[in-house]
Design a protein around this ligand. Structure first.
Ligand SMILES: Nc1ncnc2c1ncn2[C@@H]1O[C@H](COP(=O)(O)OP(=O)(O)O)[C@@H](O)[C@H]1O
Ligand SMILES: N[C@@H](CCC(=O)OP(=O)(O)O)C(=O)O
Length: 367
């Protein structure tokens, strides 16, 4: 076992169909109890968790007639039945509320919807609700698909601003070859860098009900690690895994983040999204951002330059010097109207009220 103590504050936990519906036709709680205990315990310690749960198709399979190969329409109908069952299965394990979010690729590609998903998650976590996310299987077509929930989970770490991704599956982690095909396969405890040599270790076999296989888990891990998010692949069928996770140990394969979260976020905000304008702030706002790591309130805004929509990256300037980049929660014209105003006046000025702040501290990095 690795000696490295795991440190995390907000994790996305991805649970594969193999754990929700191990026989491929209907939900079970057998493999979810230890994970649920871990979630409850972690939340009590003040940590935050977002679940990405597969299993809707497998959970609904026994209610939709299908002869031979299942058609897309049949699968989508299975997902429609199974999604509510899967949610009910989770909800009975917790005495706090669970919330369902169903996403398509299109949702996260659109700035406004990306921002809405971000804001919703933030509110849910603030209210101690457990968000449970799946792909909106009943409506997606191939072009709009994430493809698999490992990929979806990697994107959700970005939307939810998590620091850790934990992928729970039915094997102990990444082996040097498929453990189901080779009984001498060796488990890799830690991977510093997901190189092409590491990528080819994953075979293309899947569990009875899985979609992505190990290859998609490695692609997801690589995506997350590049964004500064450490990733673990663990065996969710083994209850001892969650005892170890709770102790800060690595019970599977740990993929180290390639850079710091802050550095990756800065790169994403500056280069990935490209800043579209700037917001000039007063000394009070400057001090709040720099010294207290606070969000930017409308009261501290002096001027706005450029044209941008909500969800775009903007530069924040003090005395004409760039001090931070962040995601704007309102568009340029709206922020012009809000400049110097109290947050309590947002509703009367704009006619609606989304957030109290113009840029949230979670979506802001200092330069
Ligand atoms: N190198 C490897 N190490 C571990 N598992 C592998 C490897 N290559 C292929 N696999 C297969 O990947 C499967 C897990 O993927 P998948 O069936 O999609 O699970 P899930 O339903 O949890 O997403 C394992 O059951 C295993 O057979
Ligand atoms: N969205 C689909 C699962 C897709 C998927 O990637 O499944 P899995 O490989 O079991 O994580 C469902 O809920 O059935």
């Amino acid at each position: 076992m690795s000696q490295q103590q795991l440190n995390w504050q907000r994790a996305v936990i991805k649970v594969g169909s193999a754990l929700i519906a191990p026989e491929g036709n209907g939900c079970k709680t057998e493999y979810l109890l230890a994970l649920a205990r871990f979630i409850i315990q972690s939340r009590k310690q003040g940590k935050e968790i977002v679940l990405v749960s597969s299993g809707s198709v497998a959970a609904g399979r026994n209610s939709i007639a299908s002869s031979g190969q299942t058609s897309i329409a049949e699968k989508q109908a299975m997902a429609a039945v199974g999604q509510t069952r899967m949610m009910a299965n989770w909800a009975r394990l917790f005495d706090f509320p669970c919330a369902q979010i169903l996403l398509t690729h299109d949702d996260l590609g659109d700035r406004q919807r990306f921002l809405n998903a971000k804001n919703t998650l933030r509110e849910l976590l603030k209210n101690d609700v457990l968000p449970i996310i799946n792909e909106n299987d009943s409506v997606v077509t191939d072009e709009l698909k994430f493809g698999d929930n490992d990929n979806l989970a990697a994107l959700v770490t970005l939307v939810s601003d998590a620091d850790t991704l934990i992928i729970c599956t039915d094997v102990d982690g990444l082996y040097d070859s498929d453990p189901k095909a080779n009984k001498n396969a060796k488990l890799l405890k830690q991977v510093e860098h997901i190189s092409d040599e590491i990528m080819v270790l994953a075979g293309d076999s899947k569990s009875l009900v899985g979609t992505g296989g190990m290859q998609s888990k490695l692609r997801a891990a690589r995506k997350a690690c590049e964004q500064g998010i450490q990733t673990l692949i663990v065996n969710g069928r083994n209850s001892d895994v969650f005892t170890q996770l709770a102790e800060g140990a690595n019970p599977g394969t740990l993929f180290n983040a390639h850079s710091s979260r802050q550095k990756a976020k800065k790169n994403w905000l500056k280069n990935g999204l490209k800043t579209k304008g700037s917001i000039k702030v007063d000394s009070g706002a400057y001090n709040a951002l720099v010294e207290r790591g606070a969000s930017l309130l409308p009261a501290g805004v002096l001027a706005v330059e450029g044209r941008f929509e909500a969800g775009y990256a903007v530069q924040i300037e003090y005395h004409d010097k760039p001090v931070a980049v962040g995601l704007a929660l309102y568009n340029a014209a709206e922020i012009r109207k809000l400049k110097g105003q109290k947050s309590t006046h947002i509703e009367s000025i704009l006619g609606y009220h989304n957030q109290d702040v113009v840029v949230h501290r979670d979506d802001l990095v200092l330069l």
